[in-house]
Ligand binder design. Structure first.
Ligand SMILES: [Zn+2]
Ligand SMILES: [Zn+2]
Length: 733
């Protein structure tokens, strides 16, 4: 509850009940000693339990009785550090309504000041260098508070009492606008210039809370086309920031849960169904029926929208790390050079880079797809004490996880560990979090894939027990952990790639497991994957493999691929040259996407499956045939039926989804017949497909299963580290 205005609230409460004593933050939590009349103490305790401010989120309260010492007054003492004990590190909080009021009030001394914050809002995790969380331990230490700010900071009746990043135009950070050569303007003037440039179609790099965004007007096709060219990824959807819920409602469908997620204090990107015919450029998210949208979460963002020029801005992560004293640093501008025309920079240092989080609402509940700003580093409660371990996560969408007491502490989304820069980010964040949370891991968990950077990193750690965890076991364990399950479950883990205990690539897996071990009961039928990673970027290769397995000639849609190329790959498949066998569900979706002519080559991960889902017509529910034998789910009949079926593409896509759902339900029934298990956990990146997820959950529930889904951590590899952690904690000697 640190850093959220709890102590001033306690102070006011003690005054109200005429109690003496003190309150202080320590790494143990908040300690309060109060002395006074019996009724007053009772009233104080009751209020503590029932009236605490929403952000305080009291975990538990322990009460002890002490002898009176005769306190004359109630005071707020300085923070204390209790060595080795667990401490909560606060996550960043979106600008609160009071600060927004200050920002918009011409009479306020913080009118249009982009770094306005208070104890209820502002930067936290992104600026913290050490704990306990106090100003000298943040990147705000270099700004000395002016007398007015100092007074607020020391006044227990003030909203900014001990607001560690407290600042104003006289003493705090400021913004500057630069082009590639020189500074163009500072402070309010720089923001006005920025808005004008955005209006004129420029692309700006904007330094925010936990990193940089590339921004442009979301209604400007030409600007978006330039941005796509520069980012070299032609199809991946860009996130949007819109001024208000009202604006968002103009171009997306909003329900009450979506509104709550969008406007809450964590302000994630929320995936929303887009309305047809809006002014938002089609270039923002080609080929998908959703938009990822967020509301402004810093005062600077609010100022960008104050003129009402934009419905929405593209705000895509610029994915660069920052050097110290960034905006004096030419190097940053140089690195951004190819991406942005101008740079809106500021001089509050980002200690820890944190991306925007991504969530969606499914079955009335917020589901995390990328867990970062506003969520990390809040622990996930396990409900049981865990041994202290480090789980390194996977390769793509990496997060890592530390455990301490009954907490699982996941890092923010680190990203794809494909280059040195991301690996450094991983290592820096790990060093930080081990220190913040005082974790001394006795074991390290890693994925069985020998080529993963995290695997090599884990195996090189000296003097610590090494625990290899199978990829899909980790997925299911993550789902178990966040749902508080410890007994054996049926785990359905469907995804693109995970290293199997037989050295092959798994991805269509039905396990029986608990935290200690797993048994692989069923899996999708193996097919040869021609050309490894190339096959992931070229779904037509998977299609050829599935067609060959079903003893079919080429499907019409694949004739778009040059015949010579096809022949080479066909020869690879029949001769098993440079192929690896895989039971991947992701490749099955790729193959069907290509066979239906939806996507032959991809420009971002998962694109073929995402567009296949987007194509599916609702309410068909007519599965194609499939077969299940002793341990294999066989879709050869399905592939034959898809090729034969002359229905429209959207019908065939829907029927394919229905087939996979039906196969999952039937497989779970067979497992239940033998093992009497009723709990099913659905995990793995494939379950980001809401068509499949909805249909499958419904079928399973109708068949009497208890179905458990992800919400707190992503079903994709971003949740892997949580599963690895609970497994390693159970297995560690
Ligand atoms: Zn505030
Ligand atoms: Zn000041």
């Amino acid at each position: 509850m640190q850093g959220v205005g709890f102590r001033p609230w306690v102070y006011q409460l003690a005054l109200r009940h005429q109690l003496g004593g003190y309150v202080f933050n320590s790494t143990l939590g908040v300690t309060i000693e109060v002395e006074g009349a019996e009724e007053a103490l009772t009233g104080f305790e009751a209020a503590l339990r029932t009236e605490a401010p929403p952000l305080a989120e009291l975990d538990r309260i322990r009460v002890e009785h002490l002898e009176p010492v005769g306190y004359q007054e109630f005071t707020i003492r300085n923070s204390q550090d209790v060595a080795g004990e667990f401490v909560l590190v606060p996550a960043d909080i979106a600008t609160c309504p009071d600060c927004l009021g200050d920002l918009r009030d011409p009479a306020n001394r913080r009118y249009r000041y982009p770094f306005t914050n208070c104890t209820n809002c502002g930067p936290r995790y992104t600026i913290i260098q050490e704990i306990p969380y106090d100003r000298p331990h943040t990147t705000m230490a270099e700004f000395r508070q002016c007398p007015a700010c100092e007074r607020e900071y020391h006044d227990p009746g003030n909203r900014r009492f001990h607001a560690q990043p407290n600042a104003c135009p006289d003493c705090g950070p400021w913004v500057e606008l630069w082009d590639r050569e020189r500074m163009l303007g500072q402070r309010a003037e720089a923001i006005d210039q920025t808005r004008k440039l955005l209006r004129d179609g420029a692309i700006l790099a904007i330094k925010g809370l936990g990193g940089f965004h590339l921004a442009c007007d979301a209604a400007n096709d030409a600007a978006l086309q330039r941005l796509r060219q520069r980012k070299l990824r032609s199809g991946k959807p860009f996130a949007l920031m819109a001024a208000s819920l009202e604006k968002i409602a103009e171009f997306c469908t909003l329900g009450p849960e979506e509104c709550a997620a969008l406007s809450g204090t964590r302000r994630p990107i929320v995936l929303l169904a887009r309305r047809p015919g809006s002014r938002i450029s089609a270039e923002v998210a080609p080929g998908v029926p959703t938009l990822g949208v967020m509301l402004p979460y810093t005062p600077l963002h609010h100022l960008l929208f104050e003129g009402g020029e934009f419905d929405a801005l593209v705000m895509t992560s610029a994915n660069i790390s920052e050097e110290p004293i960034a905006f004096r640093n030419r190097e940053v501008a140089a690195r951004l050079h190819p991406l942005a025309d101008y740079f809106l920079l500021h001089n509050r240092r980002i200690q820890t880079r944190v991306d925007d989080s991504v969530v969606r609402i499914f079955e009335g509940r917020e589901r995390t797809l990328r867990r970062a700003r506003g969520y990390a580093p809040r622990p996930i409660e396990l409900g049981f004490p865990a041994q202290e371990v480090l789980a390194c996560g996977g390769e793509l969408k990496n997060t890592f996880c530390l455990t301490k007491e009954h907490h699982a502490i996941l890092s923010q989304h680190i990203g794809d560990l494909e280059n040195l820069e991301t690996l450094e980010f991983f290592q820096e964040t790990l060093a930080h979090m081990k220190r913040f949370f005082r974790v001394e891991p006795r074991a390290v968990a890693y994925d069985l894939h020998p080529q993963y950077m995290t695997t090599r990193l884990a195996l090189a750690m000296p003097g610590i027990e090494k625990i290899g965890v199978q990829h899909h076991h980790a997925h299911v364990a993550a789902c178990m952990a966040e749902n508080g399950l410890r007994e054996k479950v049926i785990g359905v883990a469907l995804d693109g790639t995970g290293y199997g205990t037989d050295g092959l690539i798994w991805g269509g897996e039905f396990l029986i497991c608990d935290y200690l071990s797993f048994e692989r009961r069923f899996h999708f039928r193996y097919v040869p994957l021609p050309g490894g990673d190339t096959a992931i970027r070229q779904p037509w290769r998977s299609a050829l493999s599935y067609l060959a397995d079903a003893e079919l000639a080429v499907a019409p849609a694949l004739e778009a691929v040059p015949a010579a190329q096809r022949r080479v790959v066909e020869a690879m498949i029949s001769g098993r040259i440079n192929t690896v066998d895989t039971s991947s569900c992701g490749r099955l979706f790729d193959a069907v996407s290509a066979i239906l002519g939806i996507r032959l080559e991809t420009t971002y991960e998962g694109q073929a499956a995402i567009e296949l889902e987007a194509a599916a017509a609702p309410g068909i529910n007519e599965p194609y045939p499939f077969a299940i034998d002793a341990d294999t789910i066989d879709f050869r009949e399905t592939i034959r039926a898809i090729v034969r079926d002359e229905s429209a593409r959207d019908v065939r896509s829907a029927r394919f989804h229905d087939t996979v759902s039906a196969a999952i339900a039937e497989t779970c029934r067979r497992i239940r017949q033998q093992d009497r298990l009723k709990a099913v956990c659905l995990s793995g990146g494939t379950f980001q497909n809401v068509y499949l997820l909805g249909q499958t959950a419904q079928l399973l529930r109708a068949a009497g299963f208890q179905v458990f889904l992800h919400a707190k951590v992503p079903p994709n590899d971003g949740g892997l580290s949580l599963g690895q952690a609970v497994i390693a904690s159970s297995r560690a000697s």
